[in-house]
Each structure stands twice: as structure tokens, then as C-alpha cells.
Design a protein around this ligand. Structure first.
Ligand code: ACO
Ligand SMILES: O=CC(=O)O
Ligand code: MG
Length: 541
């Protein structure tokens, strides 16, 4: 639904002949975020950087074309000197030296308080994978962040529980939406503006000075970058923004998620572009798998097995994570690990124990390999990750571990994992994809499904695999059946029936299952691969 209330703020802006228009609903709370000054700042970012963003998005398409024509990603010859010369990123502040456990979660008010109180070193407040970008979620999220930074945030749940911040809270990082997304409720010259500039701009404008006064700073996670030129764009946004607000250059710090195959080939260059603002790299494993499927989708020999067998220990994933550690440490940067999808299970102690054991093994591998910290999805997992990192990393980080003996080649990064495509794998992808979309369409961007954390990145894997198995001649089930439209239709119908029984008829009818199923079908069957599920999905928010 698009709200069309032209509000006081917008009217005043129109009278100033500005080109930025807000067409989303503005409640009194939201008006405190969408102030004239804040919108002027966003407008200046949009004016300054939109054309470059659009050019870089076109470059993504060109690179896809190149892959389709047989040119595989490679370490760039034109930036060899950056890879081969000695330089390091600027020193990060003391309070960013120890990042052993980082909790992530959407910008929901209650969850933010829980995350900040969780005992983790860092909380990444997520406008991206864990968030469904409805107008309400986006602006309420900004309200919540401002209140958290002012330490006035509280929440009273319907069941009477009161939430407030502890004395000591996690250091806040914010993940704005990626370069590919737009904010349709704010128009510039009549066109939706960049969601990244909108999320970043509002957060930075309202909070940067207060964060500095609190002894912290404006810290960011940057998602889904596909090249060092996209990192350069962020860096220029940072320089411009700090100048505009009169904040010393280098105050902003940002950790880049290496979660696309192209970014894996440009880790040094990404760190170099952001060297005055860098807070290292992170292995965004779920989007990385998605990117691998997406970019090589048209190559018959790049067919991937069931999602459940593409773990961090398969060769291409392990190579990528070791390269992230080696590259970061050479530049004195942190290399943060990723998210194990297992979460606590309340009603089954055996499954719960298994989940904790799986998370522990994952964190142990990361700590042993040399990661300087890791991500957890749930407050209940903070102690597990803490214990592992305290054991393997008694010091604040292990940047001194340089991994000089590790050599990762392009072939290592491009090695296709082995394994089977099974009927269960196909059914699970369909079921998870539909259930996740249903939740996302209702405004919830992270959900537990079959005891795993599902968010936009994990759901992208499910739907991209279904597309690939349908469209690739090698999309053949272990029992010899080709994945085709008929099989897909049959499984979709059967999985929907199972979901209906699981959630109950009433819930099914109230929910958005039919729309989710239609959207999933469109994503799976469309002739051209849809770049991100969030793009067509956003039409329905
Ligand atoms: C691929 C990637 O990008 S990973 C990063 C993005 N993804 C995420 O951040 C996912 C974050 N995790 C979550 O959203 C949640 O843990 C879920 C959806 C997976 C599970 O949520 P729930 O089913 O609500 O978990 P559960 O019922 O066990 O929660 C127990 C309590 O912990 C809280 N909680 C759970 N996860 C989190 C979290 N990540 N941050 C803060 N609080 C949390 C719940 O709000 C609840 O609080 P309450 O007891 O005060 O009511
Ligand atoms: O953002 C994290 C990921 O794994 O994707
Ligand atoms: Mg991601």
C-alpha cells in the first residue's frame, strides 16, 4: 500500500522548491525523524551520489553479461599494485578492538533492547536481511535507534513485561539497505530514492554527534557490495557526510560484508578504498551462497546440491572464509565470522542440544581459523559463542595471526560443491521460501522455520536453487527425475497443503500464504532470473 498523505513537512518542502518528496504516512513520532533538516541532508546525499549509484548498478549487469559469455570473476589486473603493496587500514578505536561476539537482529523495539542487553560486544541493528522494509518498519526503526542512543528506549509488552537498557550495552552498528534497493515512499524528481542513502542519511544525521558524545561513534555494516568501486562510493558518502556535519574525517567506521562472489575477488581493494573508515570484513555466508548460485546460474556445470549440504566446510566456502581472514589481517583489520542458522528450540531438548552443538562447532572452526569474532542470531547463543572465543582467543582479537602459509586461488573460490539434489531438498526450499515470503509480506523479516533462522539471505538461496534446478539441464534429482514445471507445481501444491495443516485453516486464511505462493512461483518460473526477491516483494509492502 502506498500512502499519499502530503503532510506538513512535505508541503513546507514543496514551498522551498526542494525536489525531495515524502509520500509515506508521517505520524507525530515519524515527524521527529523526517524533519526538514534531516530531509535536506538526505536530499544532498541523493543529489550528490545517485548518478554514481545507478552507474554502478549498471556495471553489475554488465559483469553478469560477461559471466554469461564465459568470462569468470578473477583477481583484477588493474589493482594488482594494491594487492601487492604494503598498507594497513587506519587504527580503529579501542572499543572496537574486541568484537568477539556480535548479535544481529531487526530494528524492532523490543528486540533491540534485548540485543543491546544480551552481553554481546556488538549489536548490528539490521535494516537489511532481517528486516522487511515496510515504511513503518523503516521509520519506527529510526525512532528506536535514536531512543536507544539517547538511552530513553523502553518497551512494555502486551503481557506486562517492561524492557529497558542495562547499564552496560553492546556497541551499536547499523546495517542500511544495499545499493540495489529503493525507498519508494521518498521521491526525488518524482523517482524513488536509494534506500541505502535514506537509511544511512537519517541515522547519521540524527545520531552521529550523540554517538560520539556517548564515547562511541557512527558505525556501519555495509551489505551486498559487488566491487571496490561500490566501496569507494560508500567512502565518498562518508567523507561528504562527516564534512556536512562538521565531524572529523575517519570517525565513521564500517565493516564490509563479503557476501558476493565478486567481492571475494576484491577484498584488498575494498579495504583499501575504505581504509580511513574501515572496521574490517565480515563473512556474510548466506548471501555469499546466494550470489554464487545467482551469478553462475546459466552455467550447466555450476549446479549446486541441496542447501543443507552447502556448509562452511565445503571447499569454496572454506576458501572464502580463510581468504577473508588472511586479507583482513594483513591490513590490520578484523575478520568477523558469520551466522550459524541454528537457534534455540524451546519445546524439544534433544533438538535444542543439537542446535547448540552445531553452533559451537561452527564457532570453534571460526575461532581456530583466525576470525576475530562471530555473529549470533539469538541472545541464547551469546554465551556459547563467548565461551568458544574466550577459550581460543583470550586476547581482544587475533589480527596478529597472518595465515601466511594459506594460498587461496581463483579456482579455490570457484570450486562447485559436490552432493545431490533430493526431493526433500526441493520440497524444503519450496516450503521455506513460501513461509518466509509470507512472513516478510506481513512485515517480519526474520523468522524461525524448521528450527532455523530464516531471513532474506537464506530465503534467496532457497528460491534461487529452485530457479536453477528448473532452468538448468543438470537440475536432476538424485532419483533421476528432472526438476520441471510439473514437478514444481505438484510439490508447491502439496507443500502448501502441509503448511495449511501446520498453521491451521484460520491462520492460513488470515495470513498472506496465497500471495507468498504466487510470488514464489513467479520467482521460480520466470524466464529471466529475478535479481533479488525483495524487489518484486516490495511492490506488496
Ligand atoms: C544472513 C544474515 O544476514 S544473518 C543476520 C540477519 N538475521 C538476523 O539478524 C536474525 C536475528 N534473529 C531473529 O530475528 C530471531 O532470533 C528469530 C526470528 C530467528 C527467532 O526469534 P523468536 O522465535 O522470537 O525467538 P525466541 O522466541 O526464542 O526468542 C526469545 C527471546 O529472545 C529474543 N530474541 C530472539 N532473537 C533475538 C535477537 N536476534 N535480538 C534480540 N532479541 C532476540 C526474543 O525477542 C524473545 O524475547 P522475550 O523473551 O523478551 O520476548
Ligand atoms: O548478511 C549475512 C549473510 O550471511 O548474508
Ligand atoms: Mg547478507
Amino acid at each position: 500500500m502506498i500512502y499519499c498523505n502530503i503532510t506538513n513537512v512535505t508541503e513546507r518542502r514543496l514551498s522551498k522548491m526542494t525536489k525531495l518528496q515524502v509520500i509515506g504516512e508521517i505520524s507525530p513520532d515519524f515527524a521527529q525523524i523526517l524533519t526538514e533538516e534531516a530531509l535536506d541532508f538526505v536530499e544532498s546525499l541523493v543529489q550528490q551520489f545517485s548518478a554514481r549509484r545507478e552507474k554502478l548498478l549498471r556495471r553489475r549487469e554488465e559483469r553478469q553479461e560477461q559471466i554469461n559469455n564465459g568470462v569468470m570473476p578473477a583477481f583484477l589486473p588493474e589493482t594488482e599494485s594494491i594487492r601487492n603493496s604494503d598498507w594497513t587500514i587506519a587504527l580503529v578505536p579501542d572499543h572496537l578492538q574486541d568484537r568477539r561476539v556480535e548479535i544481529t537482529g531487526p530494528v524492532d523495539r523490543k528486540m533491540m533492547i534485548n540485543a543491546l542487553n544480551s552481553g554481546a560486544n556488538v549489536f548490528m541493528a539490521d535494516f537489511e536481511d532481517a528486516n522487511s522494509p515496510s515504511w513503518n518498519n523503516m521509520i519506527q526503526g529510526q525512532v528506536n535507534l535514536r531512543d536507544a542512543i539517547n538511552r530513553t528506549i523502553t518497551y512494555d509488552s502486551p503481557d506486562g513485561k517492561h524492557y529497558q537498557l542495562n547499564e552496560k550495552v553492546a556497541t551499536l552498528f547499523v546495517r542500511p539497505r544495499g545499493w540495489h534497493l529503493e525507498e519508494k515512499h521518498v521521491l526525488f524528481d518524482g523517482k524513488p530514492i536509494s534506500a541505502s542513502l535514506f537509511d544511512f542519511g537519517l541515522y547519521f544525521f540524527h545520531n552521529a554527534k550523540q554517538l560520539i558524545a556517548n564515547g562511541s561513534g557512527p558505525y556501519f555494516y555495509l551489505p551486498k557490495l559487488e566491487s571496490h568501486l561500490e566501496a569507494r562510493l560508500w567512502n565518498d558518502v562518508f567523507i561528504f557526510s562527516q564534512r556536512e556535519l562538521g565531524i572529523p574525517l575517519g570517525t565513521i567506521k564500517a565493516t564490509v560484508l563479503i557476501e558476493t562472489i565478486f567481492a571475494a575477488f576484491e577484498m584488498d581493494e575494498i579495504l583499501y578504498e575504505l581504509r580511513e573508515h574501515s572496521a574490517g570484513l565480515n563473512c556474510g555466508r548466506w548471501d555469499y551462497i546466494f550470489s554464487f548460485i545467482k551469478k553462475f546460474r546459466n552455467k550447466p556445470d555450476f549446479i549446486l546440491p541441496d542447501r543443507s549440504v552447502i556448509t562452511m566446510t565445503v571447499p569454496f566456502m572454506r576458501s572464502y572464509s580463510l581468504l577473508a581472514i588472511k586479507t583482513s589481517h594483513r591490513r590490520n583489520a578484523h575478520a568477523i565470522g558469520g551466522m550459524a542458522a541454528n537457534i534455540p528450540v524451546k519445546d524439544n531438548s534433544q533438538i535444542n542440544e543439537d542446535a547448540f552443538a552445531k553452533v559451537r562447532i561452527d564457532k570453534e572452526r571460526e575461532a581456530r581459523d583466525g576470525h576475530d569474532g562471530t555473529w549470533v542470531a539469538h541472545p541464547g547463543l551469546v554465551p556459547v559463542a563467548l565461551e568458544v572465543f574466550n577459550h581460543f582467543m583470550p586476547q581482544p582479537n587475533q589480527i596478529e595471526k597472518k595465515l601466511e602459509d594459506i594460498q587461496i586461488t581463483a579456482e579455490d573460490l570457484l570450486q562447485v560443491p559436490e552432493g545431490h539434489i533430493t526431493e526433500q531438498g526441493l520440497r524444503t526450499n519450496i516450503s521455506v521460501g513460501v513461509q518466509y515470503l509470507e512472513s516478510w509480506l506481513r512485515g517480519k523479516g526474520a523468522v524461525p522455520i524448521y528450527h532455523l533462522m530464516e531471513d532474506a539471505a537464506t530465503a534467496e538461496i532457497s528460491r534461487a536453487q529452485v530457479w536453477q534446478w528448473l532452468h538448468n539441464p543438470n537440475g536432476i534429482l538424485h532419483d533421476g527425475r528432472k526438476v520441471n514445471v510439473q514437478l514444481f507445481d505438484q510439490f508447491l501444491e502439496e507443500e502448501l497443503e502441509k503448511i495449511k495443516i501446520m498453521v491451521g485453516h484460520d491462520q492460513y486464511e488470515i495470513g498472506k500464504y496465497q500471495l507468498a505462493s504466487d510470488l514464489f512461483k513467479h520467482l521460480s518460473l520466470s524466464h529471466e532470473f529475478v535479481e533479488f526477491l525483495t524487489i518484486p516483494g516490495y511492490h506488496y509492502l
